[in-house]
Design a protein. Structure first.
Length: 268
């Protein structure tokens, strides 16, 4: 299963595509603000608005340590480092994403604030009790064993620490169209109702603080494109296949089959 996830997400030339798009749009790549990357590096429903929702339930002080699981090319990790002052580590299964995350972080002058590692959400390469908070955005759809996933998030988070999961969840019975942004085929796709996440969290001893469904944000994200398209997009991240993936995700949202849900847990 691990290999299939890497095969879905992994692709060459991510940074080159992003940098060329910025040059074409007239940006000075030697003097970039991290926000200019948001269209390509916020790989979840709602983009930056989704990240802001995650940030709103984190209670981090400058100098504390945050782990972003499934960090992609680092957009959420960079934003949370800047907005909270926390020391942020990103981990992702896809080596090409981690390589791009490091390059882009250095490109925007944040190399000293965020670091990245290759690793799996079900076998995190960190010691117990390493972080004050853990975030995971749009990762669980790739993981069949939700209990193991939640166990690992809990293991690396310190007592009284916060775990925030923002995932695509199933909201109605029906067949999803493929390819989806997280999987090319149903064989390696494991979206589940939010209640299954909450049950898995309870099974590993986490306290469920609360959940919020962001279906309205999903409808807006897929049906109301911005008046001024950003200089870089998810197409620069995933290549031309992203268009079909996005269209299929939009169909599933409009049919009420899926919705992004933000879930907050606390380590007892």
């Amino acid at each position: 299963m691990t290999g299939s996830v890497e095969a879905h997400y992994g692709n060459e030339g991510i940074v080159a595509r992003i940098v060329q798009a910025l040059i074409d749009a007239g940006f000075d790549t030697a003097n970039l603000d991290a926000d200019v990357l948001a269209g390509a590096d916020e790989f979840h429903i709602g983009g930056r608005e989704g990240t802001l929702n995650v940030a709103s339930v984190l209670n981090l002080a400058p100098g504390q340590q945050l782990l972003d699981v499934g960090c992609g090319i680092g957009g959420t990790a960079r934003f949370l480092a800047r907005s909270t002052g926390a020391a942020v580590t990103g981990v992702d299964l896809t080596p090409e994403f981690v390589e791009a995350a490091v390059e882009l972080t250095n490109l925007v002058g944040m190399g000293g604030l965020v670091d990245f590692k290759v690793g799996s959400a079900t076998d995190l390469p960190f010691m117990d009790d390493s972080f004050d908070a853990v975030t995971m955005l749009h990762v669980g759809m790739n993981i069949e064993d939700k209990n193991q996933m939640m166990s690992e998030l809990a293991r690396v988070c310190r007592t009284q620490g916060t775990i925030v999961v923002y995932d695509v969840t199933l909201t109605k019975t029906g067949e999803l169209p493929y390819p989806m942004p997280w999987s090319s085929t149903p064989q390696f796709s494991f979206p589940e109702p939010a209640s299954n996440y909450e049950s898995a969290a309870k099974n590993v001893g986490l306290k469920h603080v609360g959940s919020s469904d962001h279906y309205d944000l999903a409808l807006k994200f897929f049906n109301e494109p911005p008046a001024s398209p950003p200089p870089v997009s998810l197409g620069h991240l995933m290549g031309p296949r992203m268009l079909e993936m996005r269209d299929n995700a939009g169909i599933a949202v409009n049919q009420g089959l899926i919705s992004p849900v933000l879930m907050t847990f606390q380590v007892a």
